[in-house]
Design a protein around this ligand. Structure first.
Ligand code: SF4
Length: 72
């Protein structure tokens, strides 16, 4: 899956890190970054996107680019 963190939307709550800690980490500005897109299961990654209060995480299918979350 292709994972994008929209930095302008991220407010550093860290919920994504709790949901999928091998994929998301906070950088020095407390903005979420993707450290390993394959670090956790797809389910955990989608959950991370869902629990993000600002919907800053966009998950798309690799290859097709089809939006998985949030709904387009
Ligand atoms: S849950 Fe959302 S707002 Fe919080 S750190 Fe992750 S991407 Fe940023």
């Amino acid at each position: 899956m292709k994972i994008t963190v929209v930095r302008e939307k991220c407010e550093g709550y860290g919920k994504c890190v709790q949901a999928a800690p091998k994929v998301f980490q906070l950088d020095e500005k407390f903005i979420s970054i993707v450290v390993d897109p394959n670090g956790d299961s797809d389910e955990k990654i989608v959950l991370a996107a869902k629990v993000c209060p600002t919907k800053a995480i966009v998950v798309e299918e690799e290859g097709t680019g089809k939006r998985i979350f949030p709904p387009a």
